[in-house]
Design a protein around this ligand. Structure first.
Ligand code: ATP
Length: 330
């Protein structure tokens, strides 16, 4: 049995259908990401699981019990928000203890649990700082510790790394994933960042227009996107369709070939290099195929000298890829 069972969940705000018939099973211990563009409904789904929003119809079960209409504090879930929501006047340890104090856990136990949670987020020694004396990443860790101390079955994370700069964000991605493995709590993570979703998740639910477009493991989402939306939102879509598909692939339909699967070769589909972008470890080319499609090609700068790649701009080239890299999206 799944830990969370969501059935036919819908929610409108006025004339906007924010969530439109979502079915989703989430397993115990899983790191599940809700990924989608702004306005696709992922936050509204998270808020309905948390209890901050009431669905128009459908149901949510946790551990077999219906929680659809329970108030937030009666659900065995905790939420971590992007803006941390720490109490500014309380020091770190008091912030972490807060939930336990509300639950009337005795003082000594409270302190011990809070110190454990602080150690889990690698902030031992910071107990008496105020939130204003912490960096963004440290504040986010305190917010995590404050949620973890309650030992919820499920932790809901709404773009928790959104306010951090890129380096810190990448570091926190690794730490957060490690922490989730350590504590074994189910994480439901909302993000619009596809790379973040690919690196952290056990499974990803890709949202668009209030619906789940695909629910799969990261590699399946990337390698076998179910439709054009998923192909374009997760990675570069690189679509070949219509006459170009018939000519180049000998097939009818719309296909995607991921940029790193394509080689610039001496034989293959001919085209003209429109753009060259030198990225350091790799170079990205934008190529207009004579048959009509436009493809992005990513080449590792492993062997050939990358110094000269710029000279390819405007030149005729041929592209080749393995048959199994063509994936039909419609
Ligand atoms: P973002 O990444 O921008 O948070 P999202 O995918 O999480 O986007 P939601 O926040 O779930 O999307 O919003 C889905 C739709 O519902 C949007 O069109 C949004 O404007 C609308 N919406 C969400 N909350 C409310 C609200 N409280 N009142 C009115 N409309 C809302």
């Amino acid at each position: 049995m799944a830990l969370i069972e969501i059935r036919n969940l819908t929610k409108s705000f006025g004339s906007v259908k924010a969530v439109d018939g979502v079915d989703l099973d989430i397993n115990a211990g899983e790191f599940l990401t809700l990924l989608g563009p702004s306005g696709s409904g992922k936050t509204t789904v998270l808020r309905m699981i948390a209890g901050f929003e009431t669905p128009d119809s459908g149901s949510i079960k946790l551990n077999g019990s219906d929680i659809t209409y329970l108030p937030p504090y009666e659900r065995d879930v905790n939420t971590v928000f992007q803006d941390y929501a720490l109490f500014p006047h309380m020091d770190v340890i008091t912030n972490i203890e807060y939930g336990l104090r509300v639950k009337k856990v005795p003082k000594e136990q409270r302190r011990e649990k809070a110190l454990n949670a602080l150690a889990q987020v690698r902030l031992s020694g910071y107990e008496n700082r105020k939130p204003s004396q912490l960096s963004g990443g440290q504040r986010q860790r305190v917010a995590l510790a404050r949620a973890l101390v309650n030992r919820p079955s499920v932790l809901l994370l709404d773009e928790p790394l959104g306010a951090l700069d890129l380096k810190l964000r990448q570091q926190m991605q690794i730490e957060l994933k490690e922490l989730q493995r350590e504590v074994g709590i189910t994480f439901i993570f909302v993000t619009h960042d596809q790379e973040e979703a690919l690196t952290m998740s056990d499974r990803i639910a890709v949202f668009d227009k209030g619906r789940i477009q695909q629910l799969d493991k990261p590699a399946t989402i990337y390698e076998k996107p179910k439709n054009e939306f998923v192909a374009g939102f997760v990675g570069v879509s690189n679509l070949i369709s219509g006459a170009a598909a018939e000519k180049l692939l000998g097939k009818k339909g719309t296909f995607t070939v991921r940029p790193e699967k394509i080689r610039i070769a001496s034989k293959g589909a001919s085209g003209t290099v429109r753009e060259v972008e030198y990225l350091g470890p790799a170079t990205r080319f934008l190529i207009d195929l004579d048959a009509g499609a436009q493809l992005v090609v990513l080449q590792q700068n492993a062997e050939q000298s990358a110094i000269d790649v710029e000279s390819l701009r405007g030149k005729k080239v041929a592209l080749s890829w393995d048959k199994e890299s063509e994936y039909q999206v419609s």
